[in-house]
Design a protein around this ligand. Structure first.
Ligand SMILES: Nc1ncnc2c1ncn2[C@@H]1O[C@H](COP(=O)(O)OP(=O)(O)OP(=O)(O)O)[C@@H](O)[C@H]1O
Length: 690
């Protein structure tokens, strides 16, 4: 039997990248593509058919995207870094040289001037852009980010610093805005570190013959977040930047010390393999280290060690995620997390996409563990509100006495010991987002009345408050109960039912879409990091035949169980939890019972099992002699020889455990089940005590 996990359809957020010229577009496009790979789709303005489908508009300048009709929170002006590898020529300019800083937009030209000053260049810089007008006649040099056609004819020397890439903080900001998950950000971080290290390496290579780093270079090194240490051939430290000092907790006194004395762990072994991207730990910090040899005329003259504090970047990202979580902004799931290719799931997903575009109330119906919350979160992340909060409320879990204040908040002074300044309710927190009312069928009558009012009026009043707060929220409710029936029984308000029953979404139980089982199984196997085990055909057959009362949640539990008990790399029937075993063994054991019957041994075996079962409670092994005595007491006569023969059969079949000599035998779980089955087969209880 072969089960294949099929490719998942992935919905990527669409990003509009808008730049003044095509070359900048290409550089930024490549950079975005390198960092985010397939996590987002990047479009140019011409490719956008409907601006409402765009999750984020990126540009190098606000003036460019001012008129694009979308809310300001969907627009992001990216910050630009400078290409370190291209700075070599700039460093060579004498102090005070007059230069034009050229760009196609005033904003960008001014920004370049600021950046170059911040980098410590002691030049006289004039921003220059189309329409900028006059500049002093004496200026002979232009610094241009590849836009050479903009350079006025009077300029004698052009320094091309290349198109400026986006800086890392903008990339992180994009990740956060688009809710690209932590794991992906982490992968980007690794890539970013590599990139920076490549730049530093290029920089060190461009310093051939210049072991005396001048002030400008030092200033540049100090703006880099990487730690950089340069050493001479005798391993004396001849330059150390500020980041290196702060990452390693050093002072400038470390200069002229030998790196081997001061930081022996940074003195990586020679040989290419070990010198690149090596991860080391220095006083609880994880650091990626790279080392490059500087050579002149084929002679090595020193080394540059560049390193990044991975812990710091991870912490930064962690803080961002934490902040999002605190604000209730973070949803765990998107439509990409929904596993399944059955017709039913495909149909639900297509309905969900339509539902997500609307603002209407959704009612998700389905048994426990079918994924109602997963679907609710996916609707939220697909909707216009995805950047707003998603606030889940478990109605069944709200104690009646607290429900009102939890949902609607309270004013200061309402409760003794209440918060100063009152407290926001969950409806208020969900403002501009989605509130997910789970297990709505469990709401008490009084809570139903309160909910009805909030839903009808889209406004709430805090407990003890006098003013009304309008809230802009989308409601998704869910239940595993038959709401219609509750209405008929008078246990659920009819008017609330019709408020909720606007867009119903029915999630079928897993037994009605068994085709999804293999894919779900493989997915969770991967999640519990079982290394691609083989799955015995019999196992798959059992999983497919099972009726899954606990739905996907039960399947997750089964995989977890398997991950604990399995040995080797094949999942066998024996690795399945109880609910599968008894059903499976039934057929095998039925055959066993039939064969015992044919051999005329069934009653004998039953009597022996009854004996072991009865004495089972003592937890001690029972010897053959004891069994013979027991049978005698019941007027059932077998010789010790016969008992031994029958017990051997039982032990071979795994129904009893016969210990080493003298320890006697004990009935096993399977023996108890078989005992019950024979009892049913025999249909009378003549031989039991009762
Ligand atoms: N189609 C699916 N693909 C991947 N994971 C799923 C799917 N359906 C459910 N799950 C997972 O199963 C678990 C249970 O889902 P969830 O909590 O959303 O169910 P529920 O219907 O809300 O349950 P309850 O009614 O008991 O609250 C979650 O871990 C969820 O991620």
């Amino acid at each position: 039997m072969v089960f294949k996990t099929k490719e998942r359809v992935i919905e990527m957020p669409k990003v509009l990248l808008y730049t003044k010229d095509e070359r900048t577009f290409n550089v930024l496009f490549n950079q975005l593509h390198n960092y985010f790979h397939n996590a987002l789709e990047i479009l140019s303005l011409e490719q956008v058919e409907d601006i409402r489908q765009i999750s984020l508009v990126l540009s190098t300048s606000y003036s460019l995207i001012e008129d694009i009709p979308c809310p300001p929170e969907k627009k992001l002006i990216v910050r630009r870094a400078i290409n370190i590898a291209k700075l070599e020529e700039l460093i060579s300019l004498p102090e005070g040289t007059e230069c034009l800083a050229i760009s196609n937009l005033a904003e960008a030209a001014n920004e370049m001037v600021e950046l170059l000053y911040a980098l410590g260049f002691n030049l006289k810089l004039y921003p220059y852009f189309p329409g900028a007008g006059h500049y002093p006649k004496t200026v002979e040099v232009a610094i241009a980010p590849s836009l050479l056609e903009l350079v006025p004819p009077s300029i004698k020397r052009i320094i091309d610093i290349g198109i400026r890439p986006m800086d890392f903080s903008s990339l992180v900001e994009i990740s956060v805005k688009l809710n690209i998950d932590m794991e992906k950000i982490n992968r980007h971080t690794a890539r970013y570190i590599q990139e920076i290290i490549k730049l530093s390496r290029k920089l060190s290579l461009s310093l051939k013959g210049e072991m005396e780093l001048n002030h400008q270079l030092e200033a540049i090194l100090n703006t880099v977040h990487d730690g950089i240490i340069a050493t001479d051939m005798d391993k004396n430290i001849i330059n150390i930047n500020r980041s290196a000092e702060s990452i390693l907790g050093l002072t400038s006194e470390s200069l002229n010390n030998k790196i081997t004395d001061l930081l022996p762990m940074l003195d990586l072994e020679d040989g290419d393999e070990t010198r690149h991207n090596q991860l080391i730990t220095i006083s609880d910090k994880k650091i990626v280290v790279n080392k490059t040899t500087i050579s002149m005329n084929d002679k090595n003259i020193g080394e540059v060690t560049a390193f990044q504090d991975v812990t710091r970047i991870q912490k930064l990202e962690h803080d961002i995620r934490k902040k999002m979580k605190e604000k209730g902004l973070a949803t765990k799931y998107t439509i990409q997390d929904i596993i399944g290719k059955s017709e039913k799931i495909k149909e639900i997903i297509s309905v969900m996409k339509k539902i997500a575009k609307t603002e209407q109330t959704v009612l998700i119906l389905g048994e426990n563990g079918t994924g109602k919350e997963l679907f609710a979160q996916s609707i939220h992340t697909m909707s216009e509100r995805k950047n707003g909060p998603f606030v889940p409320v478990n109605i069944a879990g709200l104690p009646e006495s607290l429900a009102e204040s939890e949902l609607f908040g309270y004013e200061e002074g309402t409760f003794t010991g209440g918060n100063k300044g009152g407290k926001q309710g969950l409806f208020e927190i969900a403002h501009n987002g989605t509130i997910f009312l789970d297990e709505i069928g469990d709401a008490s009558k009084s809570l139903q009345t309160l909910l009805l009012r909030a839903l009808q009026e889209k406004q709430i009043m805090r407990v003890g408050g006098r003013s009304i707060l309008p809230v802009d929220i989308r409601i998704i409710a869910a239940t595993n109960k038959d709401l219609k029936k509750l209405v008929e029984e008078g246990r659920f308000r009819e008017d609330l039912y019709y408020r909720l029953f606007v867009l119903p979404l029915r999630i079928p139980p897993l037994r009605e879409r068994k085709m999804d089982i293999p894919e779900l199984l493989y997915h969770f196997i991967k999640e519990f990091s079982l290394t691609q085990p083989k799955i015995a055909d019999a196992v798959m057959e059992k999983l497919l035949n099972y009726n899954w009362p606990g739905n996907v949640r039960e399947l997750i539990n089964v995989v977890q169980y398997i991950s604990i008990v399995m040995e080797g790399n094949q999942i066998d029937v024996k690795d399945l939890p109880e609910q599968f075993k008894s059903r499976y063994d039934a057929s095998v054991e039925k055959e066993f019972i039939t064969s015992l019957e044919e051999e005329g041994l069934l009653v004998d075996v039953y009597m022996i099992l009854s004996c072991l079962k009865e004495l089972h409670m003592t937890r001690k092994g029972i010897g053959r002699g004891r069994v013979v005595d027991y049978l005698n007491e019941k007027d059932f006569y077998l010789t010790e020889q016969q008992v031994r023969h029958r017990m051997k059969i039982l032990s071979d079949f795994g129904l009893i455990y016969s210990g080493l000599k003298g320890q006697g035998s004990r009935i096993l779980e399977k023996g108890l089940i078989l005992h019950e089955m024979i009892e049913n087969r025999l249909g009378y209880f003549k031989y039991t005590d009762s």
